[in-house]
Every structure is written in structure tokens, then in C-alpha cells.
Design a protein around this ligand. Structure first.
Ligand SMILES: [Mg+2]
Length: 436
């Protein structure tokens, strides 16, 4: 490994795809052009590190600006320097004295941190010649523990507890890896039921997904409740009782409204209700989890995490018994380092991780996290699935490969979010040919 490779520049691209017109990605609150603040770390002779954070349309202007504001913490660094003192590096970004006021560790500034931190992990894995999941799975326990900032979470997870989980994860790792290599990682699809799709399109997409081998599907809800019920019943009727059906309200309901609507929706036997209310409402999620557990005889759980800002919010969600599924996002939190903390807390609290994906590049990212989680942290596939959305993969050099409803293991070195140069050029906003 050319360990001295130094980051010489950070290039930021405002890349947007015109998805809004077709209703792709539409839910109860979000409708826009799927976008990525795409980050490239230029190096002095080594590979280029790639990272991104996913946003929606004009939101991309802000995350791109935030990446530029943080970039000086990365320029001039070498990978071994970062690996020697990962928390110090991470805090240089998250505790920048002039920028921390914008978070702390949440929103635009933290998403920009995620893009940069992930780009460094991509570079590190490319230099090591392995995919990120393998780099992580093969790191010694003490090095993984040393990567985590335990500040503000050690009341829920101590470094010793984290080390215990990671040490236990070494047992049987080779067998689990053989199994994943052979069978792939279980997945579910969100592509059948965007809120902007008419019933006939939902029906046709559901049939096609079933025929392709999908046995777990997710539908958007959060419109008028009679519309939600009709759509969900339509899909349930198409796929029968055995298929897992997940519902996603994208935070549109109040707490009492969620409990009232779920009393009707549990009739279709959903496996989870995702983001039933505002992402910050930890105690509200706990109330909904208690109610929906009662309404469904314990069959339906609450899932959230795609907009959970950081490890501290996940700590509270877990401590409060507010989630039965942890949906960490690869770049909303501050990159791989913080995701490690969240995976380990979820394992300690016995909550399965089904990462949030879709968007642009999120499927590419999170496959690495789920694979690592299975190999070294959670060590079980029970209740574990990776979200899959069939959009925009063609823009990546090493796109996800999904067959028969399962992710195939990525093998190329890095974190899989390197974009094709021609896609970056074509969809760059506002000057790319797609936008002129
Ligand atoms: Mg969602």
C-alpha cells in the first residue's frame, strides 16, 4: 500500500438528476430531483477518493457549500495519519470551531462531513485494494474501537462493550462470508409504490417485482388514509400473505394521528411502519411503537433512522425502546466512523439494522455496511434486509448487483460510489447538458 498518498485537493460537484417529473422517489413530503454532492479527493499519485451525500434538488447547493467549507481539514492529510488518529480527524470536521454552531453534528454540515469522511474511507480501501466491507471486517478490534467517538454515547455503549461485540464477531466470520458470497444479502424493494404512482402502475410494478423474486416490498403511505388503505390492500392482494410488506410514512403524521391510522393499516399485516412521525420525536416513536405493537399483536414494529441526525439520537431511540428496526443512513450521519458506533449500539440493544438506501448512491454505500454488520457485529441475518431502489445505478462505475431479491457482494476496491465521469459532466448543475 502506498501509505504516504496525500490528499492534494477536494473537488465538489453539484450533480442532479431530473427525477421529479416522473414521480420517481415521491413520498408524502419529498418530491424533487435526486441529487448528490459528489466529492473527489485528488491525491499525489494515488487513486482518487470518492464520496457523496444524497440530497434533493436545490438542497444540493447548501451541502456542496458545506463540503467546501470543511475541505481544508482533509487537504494535506495522508491516509496513515487519519488511520492513526481517527477520532482527532473526525472531530476536526465535526467540531470545527466556526462551523459547529450550524449543527452540532446534524443537518447540512453533518451531511457534508459524511461525504468527506466516506471519501477518505473510499481512498483508504482503494489503497488497500479491497472493498470497504472487507477492510472493516478484517480490521483488528482495537483499531475499529479506536475509530469511534464515544463522546456522548458511552453511557449506552462503552469501548469495552464494543470490543466484546467485535471480538465475538470474529467467531464464524469465514463461514458467514462463504454464505454471503454464495447467496448474497437479503434485500427489499421500494420501487413499486411511490406515492406519485397511480394504482395501475403500482399493480404492474408489484407483479413484476414478485416475478423477479422479490419477497419483501415497501410502499409509501401518508396520503389520505382511504387512499393508503386501498393501495396497501391492492399490493397485499397481489402478493399474498407470505410476502413481507413494509409501510413508510416519511414523517407526515402527528403521534396520535399515526396511532389512529395504524389501527386501520395493521389489518394488512405490515412488517414495519417507517418514519411514522417527525424524525426527532424520540418519545413519540416510543409511544407509537407501544401502540402498534399492541394493535398488531407484536407483529408490526417501528422503523426509523434515515433522518436520525447522529449517534446520540440513535442512542436515545434505542434506550427508549422506540425502534424495532434501525435504518441508519450512510451519509446523513458523519460517515463510516459514526455508522460503526450506531451498528454496535444496535447490536447491544438487539435491534436489527436495515440501512436506508435508494436516492443516489445509497444502495452502493450501504451494502458495505450491512455486509460488515453481518460479518462482524450483528452476525445474524434475522430481520436484516438492505433497501433497494432501481434508480440511477447506471451512473456508477461499480453499481450494485441485485439478483433474485438479494445483493451480490461488491468486489471492487473502495466504497462503490465512484461516479462515471460522463454522468458527472452531463448532470452537473446548472451547466451540464442535461440542464441547459
Ligand atoms: Mg423511508
Amino acid at each position: 500500500m502506498t501509505g504516504g498518498t496525500r490528499v492534494t485537493a477536494v473537488r465538489v460537484h453539484d450533480v442532479r438528476f431530473p427525477t421529479a417529473a416522473a414521480g420517481d422517489g415521491s413520498d408524502s413530503l419529498n418530491r424533487g430531483d435526486y441529487s448528490a454532492s459528489y466529492v473527489e479527493l485528488a491525491t499525489d499519485g494515488g487513486p482518487t477518493g470518492a464520496g457523496l451525500t444524497f440530497t434533493n434538488g436545490r438542497g444540493n447547493e447548501l451541502t456542496c457549500a458545506a463540503v467546501r467549507a470543511l475541505a481544508h481539514h482533509v487537504v494535506g492529510r495522508t491516509v496513515p495519519e487519519v488511520a492513526r488518529e481517527p477520532v482527532a480527524f473526525w472531530r476536526s470536521l465535526t467540531a470545527d470551531p466556526q462551523l459547529r454552531w450550524l449543527g452540532p453534528e446534524k443537518g447540512v454540515i453533518h451531511m457534508a462531513t459524511g461525504a468527506l469522511v466516506n471519501a477518505v474511507w473510499d481512498l483508504r480501501a482503494k489503497l488497500a485494494g479491497v472493498p470497504v466491507w472487507r477492510l472493516l471486517a478484517e480490521l483488528p478490534t482495537d483499531e475499529l474501537v479506536r475509530t469511534i467517538d464515544f463522546h456522548h454515547i458511552s453511557d449506552a455503549l462503552t469501548p469495552d462493550e464494543a470490543a466484546g461485540i467485535l471480538d465475538r464477531g470474529r467467531v464464524g466470520l469465514a463461514d458467514r462470508l462463504d454464505q454471503l458470497t454464495r447467496d448474497g444479502f437479503p434485500a427489499y424493494t421500494t420501487s413499486v409504490g411511490w406515492l406519485g404512482y397511480p394504482d395501475q402502475q403500482v399493480r404492474e410494478l408489484t407483479r413484476a417485482a414478485y416475478a423477479q423474486g422479490w419477497r419483501a416490498l415497501k410502499l409509501k403511505v401518508g396520503g389520505p388514509i382511504e387512499d393508503d388503505l386501498r393501495r396497501v390492500e391492492l399490493v397485499r392482494a397481489e402478493v399474498g400473505p407470505e410476502v413481507l410488506l413494509m409501510l413508510d410514512a416519511n414523517q407526515v403524521w402527528g403521534v396520535d394521528e399515526a396511532i389512529g391510522n395504524l389501527a386501520q393499516l395493521v389489518g394488512v399485516d405490515p412488517y414495519w411502519i417507517e418514519e411514522p412521525t417527525h424524525a426527532d420525536d424520540v418519545l413519540g416513536h416510543a409511544r407509537i411503537a407501544e401502540a402498534v405493537g399492541r394493535q398488531s399483536g407484536g407483529r408490526c414494529r417501528v422503523a426509523t433512522g434515515e433522518m436520525a441526525a447522529n449517534r446520540v439520537i440513535f442512542k436515545q431511540l434505542l434506550q427508549a425502546g422506540a425502534i424495532g428496526v434501525c435504518q441508519v443512513d450512510a451519509c446523513r450521519v458523519g460517515g463510516v466512523d459514526e455508522v460503526l458506533a450506531i451498528l454496535l449500539m444496535a447490536a447491544k440493544f438487539g435491534v436489527p439494522v436495515c440501512p436506508h438506501a435508494g436516492g443516489v448512491g445509497l444502495c452502493e454505500y450501504v451494502q458495505h455496511l450491512s455486509i460488515f454488520d453481518y460479518l462482524r457485529v450483528g452476525c445474524s441475518l434475522a430481520g436484516r434486509m438492505i433497501e433497494y431502489v432501481d434508480h440511477l445505478h447506471e451512473h456508477f462505475v461499480d453499481p450494485v448487483r441485485v439478483a433474485g431479491g438479494r445483493y451480490q457482494l461488491p468486489v471492487a476496491p473502495g466504497y462503490s460510489v465512484t461516479m462515471r465521469p460522463e454522468s458527472v459532466a452531463r448532470f452537473s448543475f446548472p451547466d451540464g447538458p442535461a440542464w441547459r
